[in-house]
Design a protein around this ligand. Structure first.
Ligand code: ASP
Length: 318
């Protein structure tokens, strides 16, 4: 398991855990491109932080930007179901109020994370899924996108190659990681928030909902403990309620954030799962993954940005 601890960061991003490698020039270039997107998003987020954006606004902003990038498995660039279309899941949580919003099985909303946020802010519900839910968001004026525009040529190729099976997150599979995205942040008022968005697993069954849509599995935030966003084989994160497990270890067992994260991921592995997560308290940020790598980045209190995919992080200079 790879674990990194950072003192007093403001925002942590992940762009998916999995069998990341850099043994071909093409793979190295792809990794660099993804790192550059993450670094650029954090540069813009740094300005927003200084302007006083809330933690919720910051995580929504970062995840929206990753949804817009075709290089990540969220929004445009999502992976495809067995049938060859996109179904997207997302969730967001406010550490100050423990309010949350979650959506699943969306096929034509441009920003699933903003649908989750809208649900949290403007309805009594926490979780809506499926076509009728999507129609409600459309009626409320949320931005739509032509479903075909969500599908990139690269995802189509991966879908064809992955005939009959899902991409998994183990190094042995040799398959590309799917690049689910997530963000955790703390704002100037000291509030925490977390957000996660994904197209799920390649060639998943239509109607399958993963951990990224589930509060407590893929996303969790509570000012009393931490904010968490996960990535990996969703079914195992659901069974281990991994994001909530980190929170419970910090609050009930008084573990340090790093110990809580290691404990949760050891449990994930004991269930047979693989993946990673980002977690943040007011004093500490943790990146951890059981896979070969995880696309990731963070913003420090003195506005420096670090990015990486495999073991080492490097300072990002635009
Ligand atoms: N956790 C996501 C899911 O199972 C996939 C991923 O993180 O790559 O839907």
């Amino acid at each position: 398991m790879h674990v990194e601890t950072v003192d007093h960061p403001l925002i942590l991003l992940h762009g998916g855990a999995g069998a990341i490698h850099e043994d071909t020039p093409r793979a190295r270039q792809r990794n660099e491109e993804r790192e550059t997107v993450l670094g650029s998003i954090l540069r813009d987020a740094a300005t927003r932080y200084q302007q006083g954006d809330s933690a919720l606004d910051l995580v929504e902003f970062c995840v929206r930007a990753m949804e817009d990038s075709p290089l990540f498995n969220a929004g445009i660039g999502s992976v495809l179901t067995e049938q060859g279309w996109v179904e997207m899941d997302a969730s967001i949580m406010d550490g100050a109020t423990q309010k949350a919003g979650a959506v699943a099985l969306l096929r034509r909303l441009r920003h699933p994370i903003s649908a989750a946020r809208f649900l949290m802010d403007h309805s009594p519900y926490v979780f809506l899924a499926g076509p009728d839910a999507e129609q409600w968001f459309v009626d409320q004026g949320l931005e739509t996108i032509e479903p075909a525009r969500l599908i990139t040529a690269e995802r189509k190729r991966q879908w064809e190659k992955a005939t009959g099976r899902q991409l998994d997150h183990s190094a042995e599979s040799g398959m590309e990681p799917t690049q689910t995205v997530g963000a955790v942040a703390i704002d100037r008022a000291g509030n925490l928030a977390a957000a996660t968005s994904t197209g799920g697993m390649m060639r998943k069954a239509a109607g399958r909902i993963g951990d990224s849509a589930l509060i407590g599995a893929g996303t969790f935030a509570d000012n009393r403990s931490c904010a968490v966003s996960t990535t990996g084989e969703g079914e195992f994160f659901i069974r281990g309620t991994i994001a909530a497990a980190v929170h419970c270890s910090v609050t009930l067992q008084r573990r340090s954030l790093q110990d809580a994260v290691v404990h949760a991921l050891e449990h994930l592995q004991s269930l047979g799962g693989n993946g990673g997560l980002i977690a943040l308290t007011p004093s500490t940020g943790v990146f951890a993954f059981t896979t070969a790598g995880m696309y990731r980045a963070y913003l420090t209190g003195d506005q420096r940005i670090f990015v990486g995919s495999l073991q080492q992080l490097r300072e990002f200079s635009p």
